[in-house]
Ligand binder design. Structure first.
Ligand SMILES: [Zn+2]
Length: 128
């Protein structure tokens, strides 16, 4: 049982892809994501959401990242959609925005609301 519920997202969509079956999203993050989704007005299918400590993208990390905290999603959008999603995210209080829009790379926007930590000031943004 997940500790969250959403009118827009299913557990299956936000589950860790390592095979562990966990979808331990943070309820506060989910509330923020639902608000964003309502304003967005169309379906959003994240390519990555919760990741446990065994997920390939987390295993090498020395810190507990936003996906592991259940406070991040990667949303496959590009062009004008990417711009609009970032606008909504800024207005919704997300504190981490990662932009992957390079030609020949997967195009997505990472959104999270992880709190600031040592050496990790917030809000912040980065590219891939
Ligand atoms: Zn996992």
């Amino acid at each position: 049982m997940a500790g969250w519920s959403s009118p827009y997202f299913t557990e299956a969509e936000l589950r860790c892809k390592c095979g562990c079956g966990r979808s331990d999203m943070d309820p506060e993050f989910m509330s923020r994501l639902d608000t964003l989704r309502a304003q967005w007005g169309r379906g959003i299918t994240p390519t990555s959401a919760f990741r446990c400590e065994n997920h390939p993208d987390e295993r090498e990390k020395t810190t507990v990242g936003a996906h592991r905290q259940g406070r991040a999603v990667d949303i496959p959008v590009n062009g004008p959609d990417a711009f609009r999603l970032i606008q909504l995210a800024l207005a919704s209080g997300f504190t981490g925005i990662g932009v992957s829009q390079r030609v020949g790379k997967p195009r997505f926007i990472h959104l999270d609301d992880a709190p600031a930590a040592d050496g990790q000031p917030r809000p912040t943004c980065w590219s891939y």
